[in-house]
Design a binder for this molecule. Sequence first.
Ligand code: SAH
Length: 231
Amino acid sequence: MKDLRHMLNDIDMEVHLTRHLIGKNSLSDRVMAAMKKVLRHEFLPADLRYCAYDNGPAPIGSGQTISQPYIVALMSDLLNTKPSDIILEIGTGSGYQAAILCQLVQQVYSVEIIEDLATMAQKRLIKLGYNNVKVRNDDGYFGWPEHAPYDGVIVTAATPHIPQPLIDQLQTGARLVIPVGLPYSYQELMVVEKKANSEIETRKVLGVGFVPLTGGHDKEIPYKDHLKPRI
Ligand code: SAH
């Protein structure tokens, strides 16, 4: 059975193997320290705790998954956070990614569309002593406008296009980290940066496999032209 130490080694190894895609040979010390501090087994159902420190995703109920540790670490790194940041997460799931962000920033707001998961995650995070995260049960496609603008937005479910409300809620100079692509198909992890003149710059990082972002927004135009990645 793998422990936290194995998980951290596996993340380092996968970062090294993907260095040509992610543009670096190691993740920031701050992110790795957060990965070391949060105990992943606390976020898994009791019968799956034996695989909590495997570098893979795992089911958390309601057909959803906790993301692979390497991906959690990579996305946290790509957000480029500072301790004073206010971050929005879409797709709370188990609350694990939110707990990592709690170590890195001042305040985390997280939106989860499945009521059971939202309730469980909020309870779990309170029980574990995280008092800088708030979970809301809603469709995260529309963000959480009341606390905007955010110093970073992270989406942990895949969308066929980049939701405009999330861009609108980004602070100038801030980043949105999001898997873009079709459900249960190939998706690209993308970093979207809002520039000073409100222009959007996008960068593809690597191929990923996330559960889909659900909700009532499917009628939106797929992939707005000005949001197409620059290759
Ligand atoms: N970040 C999570 C893993 C996310 S799995 C963790 O650390 O455990 C993706 C999550 O996104 C699922 O819980 C799913 O219910 C949620 N989700 C899907 N569509 C959503 C939407 N429109 N708004 C908010 N959450 C959504």
